[in-house]
Design a binder for this molecule. Structure first.
Ligand code: ADP
Ligand code: MG
Length: 270
């Protein structure tokens, strides 16, 4: 199934919120998604309730010791989501290993060699707000990118920069990277929110998600409870928005439909 990277080089735009809650929405459809935390701040790991004592049990050891990814998966004690956690020491990757092809392609090569994602195991990769070795690994490894853009001008600027970066990388990758720009923290009472939407639509056309994630207090609160939005406030606007987003991404073939048996499908519907 699909490997999705969530990236914007601006912080605080909803990357982690989107990676976590899209994974949770996929889980509700019968998938067994994995989250890979590529941010040294380790927010995804910490919301999932996973704290690594040392870098050794985290994604760092993929770079340091070529450790198999399957050995690094930990289960969230709250949501049950399979997460490969991050650690502060991950910030050293850029200086320790340089930017050679082998290192920026490491995650991609390992995911494919291990057949890590199967028909029923999508992977959501959460990135740090920098374009460096870690984010390049996420871009090289993914089938598609979601770029969350919180409805403000700096965040939109980050999106323009990513478009430039992707266009520069595509000849190296020898493919077009499927992308969707996702408006987050959208507050329709603010003129700026509509201005940013207009700019995105003019620049990126059909690559802008039709679904917008509204500013929602439950989404802001859920990390403090170590919960996904579906555990914390299943009837909230935030939960609805992430369900609608997943519907859109599945309908557009951006994320592959889960391969479920008829019994599994019926269990979910009932
Ligand atoms: N739609 C939303 N409505 C309200 N708060 C949000 C929303 N999306 C994210 N947040 C909050 O904004 C902050 C930044 O979001 P986060 O996902 O951590 O961004 P990033 O990973 O891009 O740094 C977090 O406190 C998060 O809970
Ligand atoms: Mg984050």
């Amino acid at each position: 199934m699909t490997i999705v990277t969530v990236f914007n080089q601006k912080g605080g735009v909803g990357k982690t919120t989107t990676a976590l809650n899209l994974a949770a929405a996929l889980e509700r459809r019968g998938c067994s998604p994995y989250g890979i935390d590529l941010d040294p701040q380790a927010h995804l790991s910490s919301i999932a309730g996973i704290t690594a004592q040392s870098g050794d049990d985290t994604i760092l050891s993929l770079f340091q010791r070529d450790r198999p990814l399957q050995e690094l998966v930990q289960r969230s004690p709250t949501s049950g989501l399979g997460v490969i956690p991050s650690h502060m020491e991950l910030s050293k990757v850029d200086t320790l290993f340089g930017k050679g092809y082998d290192i920026v392609n490491r995650l991609n090569a390992t995911l494919r060699a291990e057949k890590f994602n199967t028909e029923n195991t999508p992977v959501m990769i959460d990135c740090c707000p920098l374009i460096g070795v870690l984010s390049l690994n996420a871009i090289f490894a993914c089938d598609c990118i979601i770029v969350p853009v919180s409805a403000d001008h700096l965040s939109a600027k980050g999106a323009m920069q990513i478009e430039k970066t992707l266009r520069a990388l595509e000849p190296v990758l020898k493919r077009r990277v499927n992308r969707r720009y996702l408006l987050t923290r959208f507050d329709g009472r603010r003129g700026m929110a509509w201005e940013v939407l207009k700019v995105l639509e003019e620049k990126f056309g059909a690559d802008v998600c039709r679904t917008r994630i509204a500013e929602n207090v439950s989404l802001a609160e859920s990390p403090a409870h170590n919960k996904t939005i579906f555990e914390h406030a299943p009837n909230s606007r935030g939960a609805q928005d992430y369900e609608t987003l997943l519907d859109e991404l599945l309908a557009d073939g951006f994320i592959q439909q889960p391969a479920l048996t008829r019994n599994e499908r019926e269990d979910i519907v009932n």
